[in-house]
Design a protein around this ligand. Sequence first.
Ligand SMILES: [Zn+2]
Length: 199
Amino acid sequence: MAKVSIGLRGWRFDEEEIISADGELKPLDEIPEEPRERLVRLVGLVEEPCDVCYLEHGDAEIHRCAQAEIVYGEPGGEVLLCPTHEPDFIYWFREAGGSDHTGRQAFGDRFHEWITAGNEAPDGYASVEHVEEDPGGLPDLPDQTEIQQRVEDEFEGDRIDIRALAGENPTDDESADRLDENDLADSGVDLSTEYPSNR
Ligand SMILES: [Zn+2]
């Protein structure tokens, strides 16, 4: 089964799980839960800066941060990297205990702490790793912007369906009003949960 990346290098998807026979992104409800969670998460990550750049420059000099091109880790606990800083991550993961945190939400935090403590990959680690880690770039995929738009559209559609469903079966007028309000509030909460702003 072919593995593909979308938007950011690093996270790999089974092509058959997310891409239909005609080369389009499948509807979200036909994608298994785990890759779907990462796909939805990706939409909120593709415009973000590299974590290491951000730790160096912060909001005050956000313009000096490179946009992330690589993502590793778990949804919600991921590490975002630019190509310049990927060797620091690879070194941390392989040589400095980073792999011990694989599969944990704290994965990203542990790497950020290592960087904040002043650590980095030794000189020379970069060029060697780059050859090994990027054999041919990303495979051809449907247009990136279109995929993002479809994920966002379908995510929006899910929320609207939930609201409509809640309004269809009111036990009385009062509970119908309450349900609508709660549902609107809930949808807002859900959105911030799916797209936390941790920067
Ligand atoms: Zn960077």
